[in-house]
Design a protein around this ligand. Structure first.
Ligand SMILES: NC(=O)C1=CN([C@@H]2O[C@H](COP(=O)(O)OP(=O)(O)OC[C@H]3O[C@@H](n4cnc5c(N)ncnc54)[C@H](O)[C@@H]3O)[C@@H](O)[C@H]2O)C=CC1
Ligand SMILES: O=C(CO)COP(=O)(O)O
Length: 363
């Protein structure tokens, strides 16, 4: 079981969560942890709304270039940072007068990155996690990983949905969902981030939002394989629909609400990553489908495709939470992607396995 916290608050609980003075801390200073694409996009978004942002990065040369040239040379380099954004490699400096923190480090590196900055995080500093995935080994979602490090009672929220960094940076209309168990916090972050090009919905269903965001990356790899194999629209639509069913089945087993999986962080993000051209996870799948090895693909990119590690975590998580017979028939896409990534079958063998499964009721 990944979490001991309730996945869905009562109606009364969610009402309180929606009504706590949103916007009360507007124009505070933010620390954004992680200078990859999404950290940069979030820094741009916050600064455009008038917030000061310290972007905490690892590499001194990236830090210097951001401060001197106002651009990150490695990610979204065509976008110029406003003067309100400053890069630093020093957590003490970044957290000194900050009121909020955004976490944008890939999940598999998050535990180490958070452990390093933990001494600087004030006990009441709200944290907004932007990362999507399941940690290998512990099988933790970000809510559990963060809870382990800063404490389960720490104010935290989780943002997910179809939100490509490049489109946010380009100020193209985007809608996301923010989940939190902390009363009022999802609304507070929503008020801070929302604008006429960025719209935030709220929910108390943290597990649903996190499972939707993590599993869609695995489904996106499968969708990419579908394209790489040269299959058509029929196959893609079927794969994505059945993928959403598997996401819903897992989310319900973990205590989430089906409404969340039908929303922005489930179906919405799955559509965005599977049907659009921007997804790195989908691109991994396309290249696998075209016959490249996973090793070659990963070696050729400086961006993280979270679905690769999460695929292996997700099958372990399913095995832990669902003891029913033949899980590979209940979650054939998720188990199939993991086997392909482990080199146990080719994408074409995976396709044949899906097409020749025992016939069944649609659920
Ligand atoms: N890029 C996007 O469009 C979106 C990304 N996300 C999520 O945001 C999270 C961050 O992804 P991106 O910013 O896209 O990453 P990215 O692929 O653009 O960059 C990777 C980042 O990870 C950092 N990193 C690598 N190894 C590290 C380590 N050992 N410790 C600390 N940091 C390390 C790199 O320095 C770099 O800043 C992921 O969970 C991703 O799923 C969510 C929505 C959209
Ligand atoms: O989560 C994302 C968009 O919502 C980004 O997807 P990729 O990591 O596959 O590019």
């Amino acid at each position: 079981r990944v979490s001991t916290r309730p996945a869905v608050l009562s109606r009364a609980g969610s009402l309180i969560a929606m009504t706590r003075d949103p916007g009360a801390r507007e124009r505070g200073k933010f620390v954004v942890l992680g200078g990859g694409s999404f950290g940069c996009a979030m820094a741009l978004l916050l600064a455009r709304k008038g917030h000061r942002v310290d972007l905490l990065v690892r590499k001194p040369q990236v830090c210097d270039q951001i401060n001197e040239q106002r651009r990150n040379p490695l990610h979204l380099s065509e976008f110029e940072f406003p003067a309100l954004v400053r890069a630093t490699t020093d957590p003490a400096e970044a957290f000194a007068d900050a009121q909020y923190m955004c976490h944008a480090v890939p999940v598999q590196f998050s535990r180490a990155a958070l452990t390093e900055v933990k001494p600087h995080i004030a006990p009441d500093m709200p944290i907004l996690s932007l990362s999507k995935g399941i940690e290998q080994g512990s099988l933790s979602l970000m809510c559990d990983l963060l809870g382990n490090i800063v404490g389960d009672e720490h104010p935290m929220a989780f943002l997910s949905g179809p939100a490509f960094a490049r489109e946010i940076a380009a100020e193209l209309a985007t809608a996301v969902v923010i989940a939190s168990h902390t009363p009022g916090l999802a609304a507070e972050f929503g008020a801070i981030l929302s604008s006429d090009v960025f719209r935030c919905y709220y929910t108390p269903d943290v597990i649903g939002v996190e499972v939707g965001g993590a599993v869609k990356n695995v489904i996106a790899i499968a969708a990419g394989m579908c394209e790489g194999l040269g299959l058509g629209t029929n196959a893609m639509a079927a794969l994505v629909t059945r993928g959403c069913s598997e996401t819903r089945r897992l989310a319900l087993a973990l205590g989430a609400s089906a409404v969340t999986i039908g929303g922005l962080s489930g179906v919405g993000d799955t559509f965005g990553t599977c049907f659009g051209p921007l997804s790195r996870n989908r691109q991994v799948g396309v290249r696998l489908g075209q016959g490249e090895s996973l090793r070659e693909i990963l070696a050729s990119s400086n961006e993280v495709a979270e679905g690769v590690a999460t695929s292996l975590s997700v099958v372990e998580l399913i095995k832990q939470n669902d003891r029913s017979y033949r899980l590979d028939l209940k979650f054939p896409i998720l188990f199939g992607v993991a086997e392909i990534l482990q080199g146990k079958r080719t994408p074409r063998e995976g396709l044949l396995a899906l097409m020749t499964m025992p016939l069944r009721i649609e659920d």
